[in-house]
Write a protein that binds this ligand. Structure first.
Ligand code: HEC
Ligand code: HEC
Ligand code: HEC
Length: 468
């Protein structure tokens, strides 16, 4: 197609649309009433979303102005609706308040509002009336904070900070101490590998932030793995396990490395026989898993139960969230403010991540920046879903204790936290942070180091870990 033609066709909506706006030719939806019992804030917010976001975020409910029937306009809109709905679907149930917005949806909404990205500028150039006013924006932000305040996650936050995108980790856990101890023992036992050389802790050392602090993992007989070991601390907050989310939970995950020839290189049947030779295991499994005894299912259950105890509460940042006191320096607070605007739409919740899969390179091609050949592991979520739109998507890593979990990213290609922050700002946000901004963010991230067994995990020794 000639450029001029394309230009005219693209221009058509620009001319037709304001006309259709003036003439009142846009389709309208029946307003959806909010259900009884909804908060006054939500009653204010719902009509705003219904009026200003529905065209792209509610497939099937798009108001159809006349220009939208034009072939190219129709295609453009279909594309907008598809990309918009991949991020946020505003259903009738959400508009009415019958369904609650998830913490992830709230975080994405907050991110879009703080960055003034929605509705998109191109759309606003045609629907000038749909720009969000300052008051409307404030109403939505207030409602987001109220929703968070009402959730169990913020129970321990001081009232003034209950609306934050990050919540403190719980100080008390409701777990079976005997199963935790059994899982702990298994986690540290080299019997779990085929040649009795590796335990889970070899790659997830609790004194090294729950990782091996190596670029990629090293399996039995020194085999180099394809990907960086993520932390086991706070892994229970992940929506699924592994960078690509291929295990649905901790128990399913625990079955993987044992039988992986590149990792622990064992066979489950052999392993169960080996464990049965150990009287302590026999008696513990008989006592704690009556009727089942020692099986692959109970072994992985005990390990997963132990992993649920790896919650690193009481970081300095949590102390701040719980009491709003002076636990943070001015620099750290400035870093948190930057984090809220630039990072919390993905790194949200008590673990600052783990709630979604996101593209590595949202705004800029990360893999080009990194250089080197693309590996299969670089495909990320695509390897599981085989959907093209999931290529280079990874589970958002938790950022708790991130000062200890170096090197960074799925490929372990970045050695320092400052460099990781710089790259995140670049490829996820399209921003070049100043050295000061990077320092502030790093200072903030370092306040996320928490405790395990009553000690800061940066100070844990092998003796602390062995002590029960
Ligand atoms: C013209 C279509 C259009 C309209 C109208 C629109 N959006 Fe979007 N929205 C998109 C597209 C396209 C994306 C995905 C790409 C992006 O994030 O820029 C998106 C993404 C989002 C996201 C996800 C951001 C993230 O972190 O990934 C949120 C939240 C959002 N929109 C909120 C809104 C709100 C609130 C409104 C109404 C005030 C609105 N949008 C109106 C097209 C639209
Ligand atoms: C040889 C090193 C190695 C051993 C041994 C090992 N892991 Fe891992 N672990 C890894 C690597 C590498 C990954 C990431 C793999 C991927 O995402 O494809 C991982 C991922 C995980 C995850 C997922 C965390 C997340 O954020 O997705 C958990 C949980 C975990 N391992 C627990 C265990 C347990 C339990 C054991 C023992 C049964 C174990 N690992 C043994 C290297 C190892
Ligand atoms: C669009 C979602 C998104 C945004 C926004 C985002 N991140 Fe990330 N972040 C990710 C994903 C996905 C990864 C994992 C990428 C990979 O390993 O290839 C990640 C990884 C990281 C890591 C490495 C963690 C580790 O254990 O390897 C750090 C540190 C980090 N992000 C910090 C930030 C900071 C700081 C910001 C804001 C400047 C930010 N992120 C913004 C999605 C996001």
């Amino acid at each position: 197609m000639k450029k001029t033609h394309l230009f005219l066709i693209l221009l058509a909506p620009v001319i037709l649309l304001p006309l259709s706006n003036l003439l009142g030719l846009s389709g309208e939806n029946e307003p959806i009433a909010v259900v009884a019992g909804s908060s006054p804030s939500f009653a204010k917010v719902s009509p705003i979303l219904q009026n200003k976001c529905v065209d792209c975020h509610s497939p099937g409910m798009t108001r159809m102005p006349i220009y939208a029937q034009l072939p190219i306009a129709k295609q453009l809109m279909a594309k907008d609706i598809a990309t918009a709905s991949a991020r946020l679907v505003l259903s009738k149930q959400l508009y009415s308040g019958e369904e609650k917005f998830t913490p992830l949806m709230l975080a994405r909404l907050e991110g879009a509002l703080l960055n003034n990205t929605m509705p998109p500028n191109l759309y606003l150039s045609m629907h000038w009336a749909d720009r969000l006013g300052a008051e409307e924006k404030q109403s939505i932000l207030t409602w987001i904070a109220e929703e968070r305040a009402a959730s169990a996650w913020s129970a321990d936050s001081t009232p003034a900070l209950k609306g934050e995108p990050v919540q403190p980790l719980p100080l008390k856990l409701d777990l079976d101490a005997k199963k935790v101890a059994l899982g702990d023992k298994l986690f540290h036992d080299t019997l779990l590998s085929g040649n009795n050389t590796l335990s889970c802790a070899s790659c997830h050392s609790l004194t090294k932030g729950g990782t091996d602090q190596a670029k990629v993992a090293t399996g039995v007989r020194g085999q180099q793995g394809p990907i960086n070991s993520p932390t086991v601390y706070n892994a229970m907050y992940n929506l699924a396990q592994f960078w690509d989310g291929r295990a649905k939970d901790l128990q399913e995950q625990a079955a993987g490395p044992v039988a992986n020839p590149g990792e622990m290189g064992a066979q489950w049947d052999d392993l169960i026989e080996k464990l049965k030779q150990v009287p302590d295991y026999q008696s513990a499994f008989t006592e704690l898993y009556s009727g089942q005894g020692l099986t692959k299912d109970t072994v992985t259950h005990a390990i997963a139960h132990f992993e649920q105890s790896l919650v690193t509460a009481n970081s300095r940042f949590d102390q701040y969230l719980r009491s709003n006191d002076n636990s943070l320096s001015a620099n750290e607070k400035a870093g948190y403010e930057l984090f809220k605007v630039n990072c919390a739409s993905c790194h949200t919740g008590p673990a600052l991540g783990g709630l979604s899969f996101e593209k590595m390179g949202e705004q800029q091609d990360y893999f080009k920046l990194r250089g080197g050949p693309l590996t299969e592991a670089d495909n990320g979520r695509f390897n599981v879903s085989k959907q093209e739109q999931d290529r280079h998507f990874f589970k958002v890593p938790v950022l708790r204790n991130v000062e200890l979990t170096h090197p960074y990213f799925h490929d372990g290609s970045v050695a320092t936290l400052a460099e990781a922050v710089k790259i995140m700002a670049q490829v996820q946000r399209g921003k070049n942070f100043t050295a000061d901004e990077i320092n502030q963010l790093v200072d903030f991230l370092k306040t996320l180091t928490g405790e395990y067994k009553g000690k800061l995990i940066s100070q844990l020794t092998a003796e602390d870990i062995a002590a029960h």
